[in-house]
Unconditional design. Structure first.
Length: 290
C-alpha cells in the first residue's frame, strides 16, 4: 500500500482515463472567456476542448489564473487526514506562480499535520511534458521509491524531459509577447512556422523558424532524433491544439524513423492553449539534454 499520494495540476493535459490509471490527483487551474470562468478539466461543468479552440478561432480571448494557496490546502488536506504524505509535481515555475503557491500551502499545513510530509517539486515542464514527467514519477513510485527518493530523483532528472513545440498561428504568440507584431505579420504572410522548446529554466523559448507546416512538424521529430534516449523503447507523449491529424502525423514519422511504438496523444488544455492557440503541436520525450 502506498504511503504517499502524487498530486499535480491540470496543465499536465492528461486524459481522464490516464489520470485514473495512474491513480493521481489533479488540481484544475482556471481560465476566463467573456468574463465567465471555467475549470480546466474534462467534465460536464466545463467547456469541451474543441469548443474552446473554436472560440479562439473566432477571435475570443482567454485569460488564465494560477492555483492559489487555499486551493492547494483544500486539495492536500483530505490525503493528510488519511495519514498519507504528499508529493506535489508542479507546473513550471518559469511559466506560472503555481509552484510558489503550493509551497506556501505546504508551509501552512505543516503545523496542523506535524507527522506528515509534503514535498513540492517544480517540474520545469508544461503540457504533456509535465504529464510525461508525472507518468515516469508514478512508474518509480510503483517500483517502490520512497517519497524523498522520488522527489530527489525528479529534481535530478527533470532536465531530461524534452519539449518541442510548433504553432500554426503566430498571432497567439504575438499576444503573449513571444514574437513581435511585425514578425507575426511577416511570418504569417510567408508561411513561417516557429519551433520552440522549454529551456532549463522552464521558459518557452523560440529556437528556429521553418517555412511550411509539414517542415515544422518534421523539425520536432528531427530534434527528437538528435537527443532521445533509446527512442525505440520510450513512451512518447504528443499534445495538440485541436489538430489531432497533425499530432498523429508526428507520431507516424517517429514510428517510421525511430521505431517507437508507445504513444499517448491528447489535447493541449485551455490553460496552455490560451497562450499557444489552435494548431499547436507539441512533442515530449526523454533526452540526453533539453
Amino acid at each position: 500500500m502506498q504511503s504517499y499520494q502524487i498530486i499535480t495540476d491540470s496543465t499536465t493535459d492528461l486524459t481522464p482515463a490516464l489520470i485514473e490509471e495512474l491513480g493521481i490527483c489533479v488540481v484544475p487551474l482556471e481560465y476566463t472567456i467573456d468574463d465567465h470562468s471555467y475549470f480546466d478539466r474534462v467534465d460536464k461543468e466545463s467547456m469541451s476542448y474543441h469548443d474552446f479552440y473554436e472560440l479562439l478561432r473566432a477571435g475570443k480571448m482567454s485569460t488564465t489564473n494560477q492555483i492559489n494557496p487555499p486551493r492547494f490546502v483544500e486539495a492536500f488536506t483530505p490525503y493528510l487526514e488519511q495519514g498519507l504524505d504528499i508529493l506535489y509535481i508542479a507546473f513550471s515555475s518559469g511559466l506560472s506562480g503555481t509552484y510558489g503557491a503550493s509551497r506556501i500551502a505546504a508551509d501552512d499545513l505543516a503545523a496542523a499535520f506535524p507527522d506528515r510530509k509534503i514535498r513540492c517539486v517544480d517540474s520545469l515542464c508544461a503540457s504533456m511534458g509535465e504529464g510525461l514527467f508525472v507518468y515516469h514519477a508514478v512508474m518509480k513510485q510503483r517500483e517502490g521509491f520512497s517519497i524523498d527518493e522520488l522527489a530527489d530523483h525528479l529534481e535530478n532528472t527533470r532536465l531530461k524531459l524534452c519539449h518541442w513545440f510548433t504553432v500554426d498561428d503566430l498571432n497567439h504568440l504575438k499576444r503573449g509577447g513571444r514574437v513581435s507584431a511585425t514578425a507575426a505579420f511577416v511570418g504569417s504572410m510567408l508561411g513561417i512556422k516557429p519551433v520552440l522548446h522549454v529551456d532549463d529554466e522552464g521558459h518557452l523559448i523560440p529556437v528556429s523558424k521553418v517555412r511550411g507546416r509539414k517542415a515544422s512538424l518534421q523539425a520536432l521529430v528531427d530534434h527528437m532524433a538528435e537527443t532521445a534516449i533509446d527512442p525505440q523503447n520510450q513512451m512518447v507523449f504528443i499534445s495538440h491544439g485541436d489538430c489531432f491529424d497533425d499530432a498523429n502525423y508526428v507520431a507516424e514519422l517517429i514510428r517510421q524513423q525511430m521505431g517507437t511504438s508507445r504513444f499517448k496523444i491528447n489535447f493541449i488544455g485551455p490553460v496552455i492553449g490560451s497562450h499557444s492557440g489552435p494548431g499547436t503541436v507539441a512533442l515530449f520525450f526523454l533526452g540526453e539534454t533539453r
